[in-house]
Write a new protein. Structure first.
Length: 396
C-alpha cells in the first residue's frame, strides 16, 4: 500500500503508515488485528499515551461473545483469560427485589484490564503492528489522509482512545448527549464466599437506573463497583456518594477494604452518532458503543475495532465501516434503544427479571442482549409483558 503516490503537498519528513490507530486497548488492538488479518502487508501503527501493562477502570467482565470476535481475528482466547476462573452463574436482582439466579448458557471470565489489555496488545504486536508511546495533540484530516501532530500520516486513522477520546474532540464530533452517559466507580476486594463463581448485579430504585456489581476473578479477589445514569440536567454525584451507594448495595463486602477505587464515564450507545469524520473512524468507547442496559463495552469495542480495521485497508473505508457496523449491530441497537427507554420504568425491569427467573430460555435471551448482539424476540417479549401487570400492582 505504501507504494501509492503521496497526496499533494505531502511533507516527506512525516512518517507514512497504512493505518494509524490511536488507543491500544481492546478496540485499538482489534482494529490493528482486523487490518492485518485483511492485509498482512499493511503497516499499522498503534499509539497510546500509557505504558503497558496499565490499569483501566472497568468491570473486567469478558464475555464469550467478545472472545468469539477475537478468535475470528486469530487470537487464542484461552491465553487472554489464563488464570481466571470461568463464571458459570449469574444472579440478577431487580430494583423491586426479584431475583433470577441461573446458570449462564456460555461461561464468561473476569480478567483485570491491566492483564487482559497487555495480553491482547502483545498478540497485536506479534501479528505485525507497531506500538509507540505517544500522546496525540492534533489531528488534521484532508480528503486523502490524516496527519497526527505533524509527525505521522496515514490514509485512515482509527480513534480507539476511549470515552475521553482526544481524537473525537479534535475532529469536532459532538459532545455526549445529556442523559446518555453513566458514571461508575470500580475497585477490588477480597472475594466473598457467598458470591462463589457467579456474577452478581444488584439494582436499586435510588437514582434509578443504577446497580452495583460483584464479579469474582478466581484469584481470591473480586471486582466490585457501582454505576448510575447521569440524568439530563443533573450534576454527577461526588465520589463519596458513589462509595456509600456501593457499600449499601453490596453487604457482601462486610467491612472488607476496597482497593484501587477509580471512577469513569460510560458513553452509552443510546447517544451514539456518526462513526466517521473525514478519514477518521471512531470505534469502541470513543464512538459511544457501550451497552445501555449493562454497561458492557468490551464486546462492542472488539467488534467495532475489528470492523474498522478491516475497512481501513479496503477501497472505501468511510462508507464500508458504518455499513459493516449497521449490518452487525443495527437491529441489536434498535432493540437496546427501545429497552433503555423501557427500563427507566422499574416495574418493567422487575417483570423482565421475573421472566428470567421463571424460564432459562428467557434468562439466556436477556443475557445475550446485555452481553452480545442479541435481540428481543417475540417469545421473550411476551414472557416479560405477561408479568408486567403483577409488577405494576406490586409497586402501586
Amino acid at each position: 500500500m505504501l507504494d501509492a503516490a503521496p497526496p499533494d503537498g505531502y511533507d516527506a519528513r512525516v512518517q507514512r503508515w497504512d493505518v494509524i490507530v490511536v488507543g491500544a486497548g481492546p478496540a485499538g488492538c482489534a482494529a490493528a488485528l482486523g487490518a492485518l488479518r485483511t492485509d498482512p502487508a499493511a503497516r499499522v501503527l498503534l499509539l497510546d499515551a500509557a505504558d503497558f501493562p496499565r490499569d483501566k477502570p472497568c468491570g473486567d467482565g469478558v464475555a464469550a461473545q467478545a472472545l468469539d470476535v477475537l478468535a475470528g481475528l486469530g487470537v487464542d482466547p484461552g491465553g487472554l483469560v489464563r488464570g481466571s476462573a470461568p463464571i458459570v452463574r449469574m444472579r440478577l436482582e431487580s430494583p423491586g427485589g426479584v431475583i433470577a439466579d441461573r446458570p449462564v448458557a456460555r461461561s464468561c471470565w473476569v480478567v483485570p484490564r491491566e492483564v487482559f489489555d497487555a495480553r491482547l496488545l502483545n498478540t497485536a504486536l506479534s501479528a505485525g503492528a507497531v506500538l509507540r508511546r505517544h500522546r496525540v495533540r492534533t489531528v488534521r484530516s484532508t480528503q486523502d489522509s490524516v496527519t497526527v501532530d505533524d509527525e505521522l500520516c496515514a490514509p485512515v486513522l482509527i480513534a480507539a482512545d476511549g470515552a475521553e477520546s482526544t481524537v473525537r474532540r479534535a475532529v469536532g464530533a459532538r459532545p455526549w448527549r445529556e442523559g446518555t452517559v453513566a458514571l461508575a466507580l470500580r475497585g477490588y476486594a477480597a472475594a466473598a464466599g457467598s458470591v462463589g463463581q457467579q456474577q452478581v448485579l444488584r439494582m436499586t430504585t435510588e437514582r434509578w437506573p443504577a446497580y452495583a456489581w460483584l464479579f469474582p476473578i478466581g484469584d481470591g479477589r473480586m471486582n466490585v463497583g457501582y454505576g448510575e445514569l447521569v440524568r439530563a440536567g443533573a450534576e454527577p454525584r461526588a465520589r463519596r456518594q458513589l462509595v456509600d451507594a456501593l457499600h449499601r448495595l453490596a453487604p457482601e463486602l462486610d467491612g472488607r477494604p476496597v482497593d484501587r477505587l477509580r471512577g469513569h464515564r460510560l458513553p452509552l450507545s443510546t447517544g451514539r452518532s456518526r462513526l466517521t469524520h473525514g478519514r477518521v473512524l471512531l470505534a469502541g468507547d470513543a464512538a459511544a458503543l457501550i451497552n445501555p442496559l449493562t454497561g458492557e463495552g468490551i464486546y462492542y469495542a472488539v467488534l467495532s475495532g475489528s470492523l474498522a480495521g478491516a475497512a481501513a485497508v479496503g477501497p472505501d473505508p468511510c462508507d464500508a465501516y458504518p455499513a459493516a457496523v449497521k449490518d452487525a449491530l443495527g437491529r441489536h441497537f434498535a432493540h437496546t434503544d427501545l429497552l433503555a427507554r423501557a427500563v427507566r420504568w422499574p416495574a418493567f425491569i422487575d417483570a423482565g427479571i421475573r421472566a428470567g427467573r421463571d424460564a432459562q430460555r428467557t434468562f439466556d435471551a436477556i443475557c445475550e442482549i446485555g452481553l452480545g448482539s442479541g435481540r428481543l424476540d417475540p417469545l421473550t417479549l411476551g414472557h416479560v409483558l405477561a408479568g408486567l401487570p403483577a409488577a405494576v400492582r406490586k409497586r402501586a
